[in-house]
Ligand binder design. Structure first.
Ligand code: AMP
Length: 322
């Protein structure tokens, strides 16, 4: 049986953080033996909101470097910069021709992001169709999805099924996989919100390249509560998050009995144990950006034949003359 193909995407809109590591990178690294993973740096997706060109470029390279530093093996898991494989944009357009305006505008993320002040880019509306193209392009079997991406995966399946039904079998239908423990790392300063690259203050985010003193300070300042009980409980989102982070980083439950102070020290130690080697390896790799760029070029070359075959099939099915 062919190995399962899995696609994990990262948007270069900010520095990778602990949520990305526990929720996406570590599962990807753990699956390298069993599945044929592709790590996609989705730089085209970083253009859907107001952006700084130099920053997107720098973050794309930084993310590739962090992935390598964290243990992604480019021999087994191609690291692909989305814009290097132009088939993404070609398939995006072809899939737009099989997607309704209503469907796209009903996406919750579009509604949320377009509610903000300022001009809205058309690409924000069509972004889920580009995401569908990303997934379908590589005959992907599995996409790790958090709850907030479920709707996009559903749209991908709907578009693929509709296209297959109307124009003949063209796309493999992808399924979602839930990342295991620590599937949702919450913001340490605001445990009701997922830790994210663009959370307003950044006060509750642990960047994978943050220096040790910043990591310790961020954990020490994590929001807790008045219960003074170290337990997972819906009324204690901050403490629950700290316990989950400890488990995600070290596989351990808190020592018993512990105070919040002791819990935070344990959590900071566990995060540090995980980040210290990544930081060290990053420093080595970042010294040689040409090497990282070569790895990206090789990644694109590896997956391009799959992408080209999908686009060829799609063009023929939809009615374009070859
Ligand atoms: P993004 O940061 O939105 O580009 O997401 C990249 C990957 O990291 C996706 O697979 C997300 O599901 C995962 N991810 C992002 N934030 C978190 C978080 N706070 N907890 C767990 N996983 C996350």
């Amino acid at each position: 049986m062919a190995p399962t193909r899995r696609l994990t995407g990262f948007k270069p809109t900010g520095h990778l953080h602990l949520g990305n590591l526990l929720g996406a990178l570590r599962p990807l690294i753990a699956a390298q033996d069993r599945s044929e993973s592709i790590a996609l740096i989705a730089d085209l997706h970083a253009l859907t909101m107001d952006h700084e060109p130099a920053r997107v470029r720098a973050l794309a390279l930084e993310q590739a470097t962090v992935m390598l530093a964290a243990g992604v093996d480019p021999e087994r898991t191609p690291i692909v910069l989305q814009s290097h494989v132009t088939e993404h944009t070609e398939l995006h357009y072809l899939l737009e021709c099989a997607t309704g305006f209503g469907e796209a505008s009903r996406m919750i993320q579009f509604k949320e992001k377009s509610a903000a002040d300022g001009p809205i880019r058309l690409s924000l509306l069509t972004y889920p169709v580009l995401m569908a193209a990303d997934i379908l392009l590589y005959d992907t079997d599995e996409v790790p999805v958090g709850e907030d991406q479920n709707q996009h995966l559903e749209l991908t399946r709907t578009i693929a099924q509709r296209f297959n039904g109307r124009y003949g079998e063209t796309f493999r239908l992808p399924g979602g996989v839930r990342p295991g423990s620590a599937a949702r790392v919450m913001d340490l300063a605001d445990p009701g919100t997922k830790m994210g690259k663009s959370n307003a203050s950044g006060a509750g985010r642990i960047g994978l390249l943050d220096p040790p003193e910043t990591v310790r300070r961020t954990v020490a300042r994590a929001v807790t509560d008045e219960f003074a009980q170290v337990r997972r409980h819906p009324d204690q989102p901050g403490v629950t998050n700290l316990i989950d982070i400890l488990a995600g980083c070290s596989g351990r439950e808190p020592a018993d009995p512990v105070s919040y102070g002791a819990l935070k020290r344990e959590v900071a130690d566990a995060i540090e144990a995980l980040l210290e080697p990544i930081r060290a390896r990053y420093a080595e790799l970042a010294d040689d950006p040409a090497h990282v760029r070569e790895i990206l070029a090789r990644g694109a070359a590896r997956v391009r034949p799959i992408a080209a075959a999908t686009v060829r099939r799609t063009r023929a099915a939809i009615g374009l003359l070859d």
